[in-house]
Design a protein around this ligand. Structure first.
Ligand code: ADP
Length: 270
């Protein structure tokens, strides 16, 4: 990687002296490249379903005398519309968290109800694959955070666990506490992630297998959202995985410490 400098020269009044400013451009260029990639990816992810929709609309027009074909094309249009909605929804979520002040409005959140809601949202898809969703771990754990965002993060992790697992397996969501942190783990018996991809899966739109991700309705933004939710809570997310055996994602969120609880004005009888 080469380093680039932008040099600016400015005369200092009538002193005859000049001011030379050298500014490191490397970081600015990197940020610019990431932004350009992101915009290109967003355009692609939006254009694909829109293109498919207009093609299907044309086709359905030509098939108006064949009710069975019309029904089939209408189903595919529904599918593309759903996909478009997911991408837009994930983009809105991502831009909301990215722009938000970390822990702007912290509240006490019961982890059990976060997990219950996240499992509930995935129950139908899990049932269709005969995948058992199980919750466990310490009861009555409370964290300081944003309930809606935590549900979104755990829901995304469970959705992935279900999507990347074979039929008839089990997904376990559990919570443990230690060292001032609550660790929420989502463990599956799925396909696993190759070691070379592990570092990149939290990037926006990064997919190990794009075809597989799309066929299960993935937007490529799920883990980027999880990572931002973790950062927003001043926590972190970690992954352990073995190809062919399964994966465990751990979302770590700080437990409310007594001092913080006082200063945030929240009182509780824990
Ligand atoms: P996607 O919408 O494609 O699932 P994510 O950001 O949620 O996007 O995940 C990025 C990629 O990481 C996925 O495309 C998939 O290849 C991989 N991945 C995520 N979770 C799992 C998992 N539990 N098991 C195997 N692979 C996973």
């Amino acid at each position: 990687d080469s380093t680039t400098f932008a040099v600016r020269v400015a005369p200092l009044g009538s002193t005859g002296l000049v001011l030379v400013l050298a500014e490191d451009q490397t970081e600015r260029r990197r940020v610019e490249a990431v932004r350009r990639d992101f915009v290109a990816n967003v355009s692609h992810e939006l254009k694909t379903p829109v293109g498919a929709l207009s093609l299907l609309a044309e086709t359905v027009e030509g098939a108006s005398d064949d009710p069975e074909a019309v029904r089939r094309f209408a189903g595919r249009m529904q599918h593309e519309a759903t996909r478009l909605t997911s991408v837009i929804q994930d983009l809105i979520t991502l831009s909301r968290i990215q722009g938000a002040e970390p822990m702007a409005e912290p509240a006490l959140v019961e982890v059990d109800s976060v997990i219950a809601e996240a499992l509930d949202a995935n129950q139908l898809v899990a049932d269709a694959k005969d995948i058992e969703l199980v919750s466990g771990g310490e009861p009555d754990v409370v964290v300081l955070g944003d309930e809606r965002l935590l549900v979104t993060a755990v829901r995304n992790l469970v959705a992935n666990a279900v999507a990347y697992s074979p039929d008839g397996t089990r997904v376990v969501v559990a919570v443990e506490t230690s060292d001032g942190l609550a660790s929420i783990t989502v463990t599956d018996q799925g396909i696993g992630i190759p070691p070379g991809d592990l570092e990149r899966i939290f990037e926006r739109f990064y997919r190990v297998d794009a075809a597989r991700s799309r066929s299960t309705g993935g937007t490529g933004l799920g883990l980027a959202i999880v990572k931002h939710v973790a950062t927003h809570h001043r926590g972190e997310v970690a992954v352990w995985s073995q190809e062919g055996a399964g994966s465990t994602f751990t979302l770590k969120v700080p437990l409310p410490d007594p001092k913080e609880r006082d200063s945030s004005g929240i009182t509780t009888t824990l």
